[in-house]
Design a protein. Structure first.
Length: 399
């Protein structure tokens, strides 16, 4: 029997163990989902891949989940470097809103378990639900008066970061210059996106970067699934010699046999995958079979609920769950809260330039002089929205 529909069940009358007073257990109903569309401008960053640039005038969006007690959960939608995906807005309002409205704000597990049937087997709905899930956790944290990581169970108070840029360099020397700049900024780890460099140029480039940063500096390589097996084996052997920390998405994750071949051959661990279709069940299969040593997740695809599940799954198999950027301030805050509640994640992905992804908060997260992000202190996601800025830049609200 569902006790919430039993009139004799009164969670608001449960006595607190510590005070003997009636303890209030949240039972808020979700009343509405609204999305604010905002326009913002940012400097243009030229890129050395199929995109010519990121930046300029961008349309972004903010989801607000309302409750009958006035507590509101808020999370930005999508990749901050691009215009918001209108299809994702449609999925939130047309597919998810009818299911979510009227539910208790604490029904996160129930909602998570509806995703396989709601999605129809397509990964496209998961990023839309992830934003809703983060809003529900934001509500829970505000109601409890604590940051989400404390609700999840605090494991630490700071997380190391690695710096990374989108592919914007096209010579060995320019990557070495970029690495030198990151050292001057106090960074201790750097993930390289080699863009369209040839395999021979990549090997020359990573060798030069290692010479520049020294042996104590952590390096990773992420070609965004751009290689075939032969290229990945050749470049991976160079990464082995240069003591790289991981080799990320060298091949599409669906190339199961080739991925296994790389794992069996290379010393450098594979970190997989940022691809849209690599969700919880796919990661579980990779962990179970030992196909990769570093499964990858992000709140952008899994929300807080799914990302915490993935991290716990990885912990059970004795491996790290490395968490990828969301290119979105509030989803990155969700990433950080999960990381602070686990120990099996080495790094926060610090995406640069930050003006391309950070917007909407009064004080954005920033690494300290130890190249670490400290735990937030405010309830919920832990950061304060700049509602005056949002009001000034809002063009419309849809619901």
């Amino acid at each position: 029997m569902d006790l919430r529909h039993d009139q004799s069940y009164r969670p608001d009358l449960i006595l607190s163990r510590t005070t003997g007073q009636k303890a209030r257990i949240p039972n808020m109903k979700i009343t509405d989902l609204q999305i604010d569309i905002v326009e913002r401008s940012m400097p243009v960053t030229p890129l050395a891949d199929q995109r010519s640039h990121i930046g300029g005038d961008v349309e972004s969006a903010l989801l607000r989940v309302m409750t009958d007690e006035g507590v509101q959960g808020t999370c930005a939608i999508g990749d901050g470097t691009n215009n918001v995906d209108r299809d994702q807005i449609e999925r939130i309002l047309k597919v998810l809103k009818p299911v979510v409205v009227g539910r208790d704000s604490s029904d996160r597990e129930w909602l998570w378990n509806q995703m396989p049937s709601l999605s129809g087997g397509s990964p496209a709905l998961y990023p839309a639900y992830s934003v809703v899930d983060v809003c529900l956790w934001d509500i829970a944290g505000q109601e409890a008066g604590m940051p989400i990581y404390q609700m999840l169970g605090a494991a630490r108070e700071a997380v190391d970061v690695y710096a990374t840029y989108p592919p914007r360099q096209n010579t060995t020397e320019s990557y070495a210059t970029e690495a030198n700049y990151l050292i001057s900024e106090g960074h201790r780890a750097y993930k390289i996106h080699p863009g369209t460099l040839s395999p021979a140029a990549v090997i020359e480039m990573v060798t030069k970067v290692r010479e520049v940063v020294g042996d104590a500096f952590t390096l990773m390589l992420d070609p965004n699934s751009g290689y075939d097996l032969g290229q990945a084996l050749e470049i991976g052997a160079a990464l082995d010699d240069l003591n790289f920390y991981w080799f990320e998405d060298p091949l599409p994750f669906e190339r199961f046999q080739d991925i296994q071949k790389l794992t069996d051959t290379l010393k450098t661990p594979l970190c997989v995958s940022d691809a849209p279709g690599f969700l919880f069940t796919q990661a579980a299969e990779f962990v179970k079979t030992g196909r990769v040593e570093l499964p990858r997740g992000t709140s952008r695809k899994l929300g807080i609920t799914g990302l915490k599940k993935l991290a716990s799954l990885c912990e059970g198999f004795g491996v790290n769950c490395e968490i990828g950027t969301t290119k979105n301030s509030s989803l990155d805050a969700a990433n950080l809260n999960v990381m602070l509640s686990i120990e099996n994640c080495a790094y926060f992905e610090w995406w640069l330039p930050k003006h391309s992804t950070q917007w909407g908060y009064t004080d954005e997260m920033q690494p300290d002089d130890q190249a670490q992000l400290q735990a937030p202190t405010l309830p919920g996601l832990g950061y304060e929205w700049d509602w005056e800025w949002i009001k000034k830049h809002k063009t419309t609200t849809v619901s």
